[in-house]
Design a protein around this ligand. Structure first.
Ligand code: FAD
Length: 397
């Protein structure tokens, strides 16, 4: 066992080498680690994950709608209609949804219409629709899918507000401040979903584990990444707790190093249901339909439309600035006692109420970049679950 002082030195050193750089992707924590005394770092009892291949009950693939310049939020005239865009949130769509939709809704309501259409029923469409209703509008959602068929339903479910949201050099100078505004207002809204029946949103712990020493090779992420994805999490480091290094005696993980952070989990099955219920209770209408061109919007009775079509905007709006970033999840049967997340050897694990998410991120944020293949890959799914199985086979009994 490492003594505390030695463990601190190693951790600081590892951080300089971007320890678990890939591991920080999607965990939403800030990179500053605090050292806590052994006594106060005591953990709740943690249960091991049953990572057997026959417990994979589903493999899903989703495409992140990435735009180098960040989400599109401008207003466009299409014939007689005014369209407010609200798409292109990369790997941050759930996290930024309320804040981004608040901006779109403000623009839509400023046009003076009280009967408003929303195209799309994913994270951005649902939050746009609810905020429109709260602002006094009658709302109809038009979409070819609704949860659980939408791509949003296949997301990890973590607070990741700057994950693949933009490229540092491609954003306008005011984007970082706009991002912070969206992030903070989303976070505030999420607070109001804590503690509800079904736990649509909750705080859960994440453990970042590694066997590598500071002398190990540079992280895979450093080795393969060629694009400079924007990272803004330091602007909102006050929102989530600092990472803590955990002395070996305080945790059951078999790795040399462990850090803990705490973040928000979206239990997307119950959260989506909650959002749709809210929308319908307030008199919202849903029409199942598909648009092939923007000109087809002329058939809608509403003059003002929020366009929240996500990756679908690439085809509908012929917006080739959207780059697909493929992500696959292997779903293990949920274990109510596993209510925490782990990052280990480039595998991101999140124990949600509706399934245990197991996701490979070997190439960090470049994983799946410009890959529009939405077919699940069973072999890839089994490979990442085997990594989880290896970890838990060494779990302290
Ligand atoms: C593997 C993976 C993990 C992720 N994890 C997270 C995470 O942990 N946290 C996070 O914040 N984000 C995460 N994301 C990102 C997040 O999922 C997306 O940013 C978000 O889902 C985008 O939502 P959306 O509403 O814009 O799009 P979608 O969910 O794709 O919804 C688009 C809607 O528009 C409709 N539509 C599209 N085209 C048309 C058309 N032509 N006519 C009619 N309707 C149309 C669709 O039917 C659908 O209703 C993840 C993404 C992936 C791939």
């Amino acid at each position: 066992m490492l003594d505390s002082a030695r463990s601190l030195t190693l951790f600081e050193s590892m951080q300089r080498r971007n320890f678990l750089a890939g591991g920080l992707v999607g965990l939403g924590g800030c990179t500053r680690t605090v050292k806590v005394p052994l006594a106060t770092s005591a953990l709740p009892t943690l249960a091991p994950i049953r990572a057997q291949l026959d417990r994979i009950f589903r493999v899903t693939v989703c495409l992140r709608p990435f735009r180098a310049a960040g989400p599109r939020l401008d207003v466009e005239r299409v014939g007689e209609k005014t369209v407010v865009h609200n798409y292109g949130h990369g790997g941050s769509g759930w996290s930024l949804s309320w804040g981004s939709s608040a901006i779109a809704v403000e623009k839509a309501m400023a046009l003076g219409e009280r009967d408003v259409a929303v195209i799309g029923c994913g994270a951005l469409g649902m939050t746009s629709a609810i905020l429109l209703q709260r602002a006094g509008a009658r709302v109809t959602i038009y979409a070819k899918e609704r949860p659980p068929e939408v791509r949003s339903s296949r997301a990890t479910g973590s607070w990741t507000p700057d994950s693949r949201v933009a490229l540092t050099n491609a954003v306008s100078p005011d984007f970082p401040a706009l991002w912070e505004k969206m992030c903070r207002s989303s976070f505030k809204m999420y607070e109001s979903y804590l503690g509800l029946a079904g736990n649509p949103v909750e705080w859960t712990d994440r453990y970042l584990l590694s066997d590598e020493t500071a002398e190990a090779a540079p992280s895979k992420r450093e080795a393969v990444e060629s694009l400079s994805f924007a990272t803004y999490r330091d602007r909102v480091r006050d929102l989530t707790p600092r990472q803590q290094e955990l002395p070996t005696a305080t945790h059951p993980f078999p790795t040399k190093y462990a850090r803990r952070t705490t973040s928000i989990t979206f239990n997307i099955a119950s959260y989506s249901r909650q959002l749709l219920n809210e929308f319908f209770v307030e008199g919202g209408k849903f029409e199942n339909t598909e648009f092939n061109t923007p000109a087809e919007l002329s058939r809608l009775p509403q003059k003002v439309i929020i366009n929240a079509t996500g990756y679908g905007a690439r085809a509908l709006w012929k917006d080739e600035s959207i780059v697909p970033v493929r992500g696959q999840i292997a779903w293990l049967i949920p274990q109510p006692e596993v209510n925490y997340g782990v990052m280990y050897k480039g595998v991101n694990i999140l124990g949600r109420r509706d399934g245990i998410v197991v996701q490979g991120a070997g190439k960090g944020e470049m994983e799946g970049y410009n890959d529009a293949n939405e077919q699940p890959d069973r072999a890839e799914a089994e490979a990442v679950v085997k990594t989880v199985a290896e970890l838990y086979s060494r779990w302290a009994k």
